[in-house]
Write a protein that binds this ligand. Sequence first.
Ligand SMILES: *Cc1c(COP(=O)(O)O)cnc(C)c1O
Length: 372
Amino acid sequence: MRVPFFRSPWQAPELAQRMGLRFADVLQSGQYILGSQLQQFERALSERFPCGHQAVAVNSGTDALVLALHLLGLQSGDEVLLPAGTFIACFEAVVRTGLTPVLVDSPVDDFVCGAEQFSAAITPRTRAIVAVPLFGDTCATPAIARLCKDRRIALVEDIAQALGARAYEANGHGIHAGAMGDISTLSFYPTKTLGAAGDAGALISPHAHLMDRARALRNHGRRHGLHDEVGFNSRMHELQATLLLEGISLLDDWLQERSFIARQYLEQLADLPGIVLPHDRDGHAWNYFVLRSKHRDELKSELHRQGIDTRVYYDPPIHQQPSYLQRFTPLHLPNIQSHARQSLALPLFPGMTPSETASVIGAVQAATRRTQ
Ligand SMILES: *Cc1c(COP(=O)(O)O)cnc(C)c1O
């Protein structure tokens, strides 16, 4: 059986048709920019966060990161710590805002950079940390938030992969990903837990003055009829907002489906020789299911031969990418370098059928026997 790496829920004919009717309404309304769908979506999104948080919809997750860093009002050359093992957009946003990126290694047994790794990289010039709950696991974020508070460093949470994730404190209290930082950024790139049919993103923050400024900045700095400051054009399209407004009402079902599939992988792929499964933590939003294998490339091609599409997140890591090396000196970050070479993401998406899940499991079991 052929299993794609991802199939968007919007491809389902019934949902596609329903959205076609909504799109027709928007088209007939003539309200294409900053309209009522966008306002409703921002409200619905903010309601997923603790009271007082606001949401500002923008054009992409990358724009959200650029705006977040811009809003912190840092000086050129200020240092921003970020994981070397994340999507390149985090690095681009730091460079694009004139700040100095400082890339941080992962722990030895996990992809996700935690307080320990960030803490060791703090210098007197560190002004912000970009925490990335990679693949949907936000359990490292509470300790990072405490570190930032203690050291008076701003915290940007890039929850592009972690909408709907939670972290649990020792007392059992659950905290939402995106509710621990000064500003959080979201992407609605099609493969994210809330995926659009194109590019879209958002900012989340409890600081009303920052969100007021963000609303102006995304629209050419325009406020009260004047261009208050040099802005951007980063408005979310009304059609995309229409789709995401529907999507947010389906998000909890989608998250549950993701977690159900991840659970089957965790149970049925446990103890396979040479395979390290992702940590099984409460609150994981399972945007991606990324395992590690010393024989990653063989495993990937063997799965491909059996019709299973997989992806690699992210190899090489940022500090070994040409765009980094053009501007910055080489770094040696052994843990993420090793994780990157071994990482392999299995198909995981809402609407994945039981026989598709079973095919992936069977194929991984067979391929591991063959690639040992
Ligand atoms: C997807 C993603 C982004 C960028 O989002 P775009 O919407 O594609 O610009 C940023 N950070 C992380 C961690 C991501 O996964």
